[in-house]
Design a protein around this ligand. Structure first.
Ligand code: HEM
Length: 350
């Protein structure tokens, strides 16, 4: 009996393959954007693989954390490489997720019947940013400590449950060893448990509905996902692996001096790039706008923008295509300008 027949008898391999074969990927001049979801998936898989290896040596606890990351970086064989790949891949995953989100937005792939694909994607991006925020503190170096402190202060000022969430994460009056343990639990247990089923739902929906062609594409050419497009996906993954290897080995991830709570915050301290636009917006708004607290207003504005963005499948009626494109373009410009402005503001201070 062949392996194929053996597996088919036991797990219904033929049914699974025919489910894969059902999906067609539209073939047109914008089809290159269909690789972005797969690229995000590749970087996520790299995170799981390298994260599992880091867990073997990482120890939570302020001195223990810093010491274990030092050991990983300088004593454990290839530890520096695994840590560097984990950090670079985290950034590339979020970068490709942002590109993926904007590309499906402009291709209008959130329209019926893909609303749940859009919402599960938004959930994945939110959880992905949570991975980034919680992972940043784990090495317990000076930058990690102060950036987290600022991040939690900003969260505290956010409307609705911001204060409760920040208090729960901090676990005390100040960022300390309890915070570190909570962030570790979040990063290595809670977030993965939430992310995995949502990712499976996202991928299942994509498989079920197939990829959407943008409204401007009228010709009905397509290629089968399995195996034609999957081979192309694998080639792109191979390129991503090369990029990751180059970045991680040429620019290994740094470890700064150990966090010292009594020291003053380093000059030019700032959050990671994916939180920079919020950070800059808060800097631009005065402390008080009339009777309203400026930070509360800033975070409220950002939150309202996020809700409007998430609800696009509900307010984009076919006739509003141009307006929706303008909103999307506006969102891209605002995010890019605020992020660059934020970096310009801290340049030379760090
Ligand atoms: C963060 C982790 C994410 C992963 C691993 C992921 C993965 C994927 C994959 C593999 C595909 C199929 C290939 C493609 O069309 O690019 C896809 C499609 C899709 N994703 Fe994501 N995605 C993520 C985040 C997001 C986000 C943030 C959004 C938007 C808010 C989103 C919305 C969609 C939509 C609407 C489709 C269907 C596209 C179509 O029908 O053409 N995804 N995703």
């Amino acid at each position: 009996m062949s392996v194929h027949a053996w597996l088919d008898d036991r797990i219904g391999l033929a049914d699974f393959l025919s489910f894969l074969r059902k999906k067609e990927v539209p073939d047109h001049s914008h089809a290159v954007w269909y690789f972005l979801g797969g690229m995000t998936l590749f970087f996520f898989m790299m995170q799981v693989l390298t994260g599992l290896l880091l867990i073997v040596y990482y120890q939570p606890g302020s001195d223990a954390s810093y010491g274990s990351v030092q050991r990983i970086t300088s004593q454990i064989e290839f530890g520096w490489l695994i840590r560097s790949v984990h950090s670079w891949s985290a950034n590339l995953m979020l970068l490709s997720a942002f590109f993926h989100m904007f590309s499906v937005f402009f291709m209008k792939a959130y329209r019926a019947p893909r609303e749940l694909t859009w919402w599960s994607g938004m959930g994945l991006l939110g959880l992905g940013m949570g991975f980034g925020f919680s992972g940043y503190l784990l090495p317990w170096d000076q930058l990690a400590y102060f950036a987290t402190k600022i991040g939690l202060d900003v969260m505290e000022k956010s409307p609705l449950i911001g204060k409760e969430l920040a208090t729960m994460l901090r676990g005390g009056a100040d960022v300390g060893v309890i915070t570190l343990q909570r962030f570790y639990a979040l990063h290595a247990a809670v977030l993965p448990v939430l992310f995995m089923p949502l990712l499976l739902l996202h991928l299942w929906l994509v498989q079920k509905h197939g990829n959407a062609a943008p409204p401007s594409v009228t010709e009905k050419k397509s290629v089968p996902f399995f195996p034609t497009f999957l081979y192309k996906d694998l080639m792109v993954w191979f390129l991503c692996l090369n990029l990751l290897a180059l970045l991680a080995s040429l620019w290994p991830w740094d470890l700064g001096p150990q966090a010292d709570k009594l020291a003053s915050a380093p000059d030019g301290i700032h959050p990671e790039w994916y939180f920079m636009s919020q950070f800059q917006l808060l800097k631009l708004i005065p402390g008080k706008v009339g009777p309203v607290d400026g930070e509360l207003l800033g975070m409220g504005l950002f939150g309202a923008g996020g809700v409007l963005w998430a609800l696009v499948p509900l307010w984009d009626r076919g006739s509003r295509g141009r307006l929706v494109n303008l909103v999307g373009l506006g969102a891209v410009i605002v995010l890019i300008v605020l992020t660059i402005w934020g970096y310009a503001g801290v340049a030379g201070k760090g």
